[in-house]
Design a protein around this ligand. Structure first.
Ligand SMILES: Cc1cc2nc3c(=O)[nH]c(=O)nc-3n(C[C@H](O)[C@H](O)[C@H](O)COP(=O)(O)O)c2cc1C
Length: 240
């Protein structure tokens, strides 16, 4: 059951730190289904994640090709298209495409458009849920998002890619009804999974010096340095 990526002929094993440094959101997939064994391994590794008091409140509602899955993917597809349309307008993606259609933002817009246009064909959609055992609170996600990230990393280790999204929230009521999800269960994330189509660029983040402080807020951590060749995102630290 444990991942043995080296046993699979179609991709190279990924060393843990290399996986952490290079796993990024994949929004274009082939139509290839994810076999039961691989999907089992992905959710098993996801479930190894930590949670408060080891209560393991995370649940994975997996949508593949059953009749309800098809209906849920259709509901999600509409929501994703509306969500992207709103984000495209609000976050200046159209202007970025006009300015330079090879820029990271323009490429991201193209990937996003493809993603939402093909949502119904994504091989696997996982609703990562939280089965509440007490009243909702601001920190409850801390016991489910580590599992979501484990799931993405396990998928990567087996040669798949994924996207953690929140565009399911706009259709939460429809999903609850369709999939009979009880009220005490939160729909914490919606993760799409499949075999990546094509290549994707490097992970880009802000310079590590902007993200790490030492011995007090905003005090520089001279020891925290980006490895040579690290690519940075264009987001800049903003003042509040
Ligand atoms: C809490 C959270 C919400 C996100 N929501 C969405 C989403 O609704 N749609 C989407 O396409 N990607 C979504 N993402 C993926 C982010 O856009 C992505 O992680 C980020 O831009 C960094 O890109 P990278 O993973 O390719 O490096 C989300 C990620 C997180 C962690």
């Amino acid at each position: 059951m444990t991942a043995a990526p080296g046993d699979r002929p179609d991709h190279e094993p990924v060393e843990l730190l290399a996986g952490l440094a290079t796993t990024r959101t994949v929004r274009r997939y082939t139509d290839e289904a994810i076999p039961d064994d691989d999907l089992s391994s992905i959710v098993w590794h996801a479930s190894r994640a930590p949670s408060g008091s080891n209560r393991q409140p995370f649940r994975f509602l997996v949508l593949r090709d059953g009749p309800r899955a098809a209906a849920a993917k259709a509901v999600l597809g509409e929501s994703f298209r509306r969500g992207w349309q709103a984000k495209r307008l609000a976050d200046g993606y159209d202007a970025a495409v006009v300015a330079d259609d090879r820029s990271p933002k323009a490429r991201s817009a193209a990937a996003m458009q493809h993603f939402v246009d093909h949502l119904e064909r994504v091989p696997v959609v996982v609703l990562v849920c939280l089965e509440r055992y007490r009243d909702a609170n601001a920190y409850e996600g801390a016991s489910v998002y580590p599992a979501a990230q484990n799931l993405l990393l396990a998928a990567r280790a087996l040669g798949y890619g994924g996207a953690l999204t929140m565009w399911h929230l706009a259709v939460e009521a429809e999903l609850r009804e369709l999939l009979e999800i009880p009220d005490h269960v939160a729909l914490s994330a919606c993760i799409t999974l499949g075999r990546p189509a094509g290549r994707h660029g490097p992970v880009r983040r802000r310079p590590i010096a902007e993200l790490v402080f030492d011995d007090g807020w905003d005090r520089p951590a001279a020891w925290a340095v980006d490895p040579d060749g690290t690519r940075h995102s264009t987001w800049r630290r903003s003042s509040r």
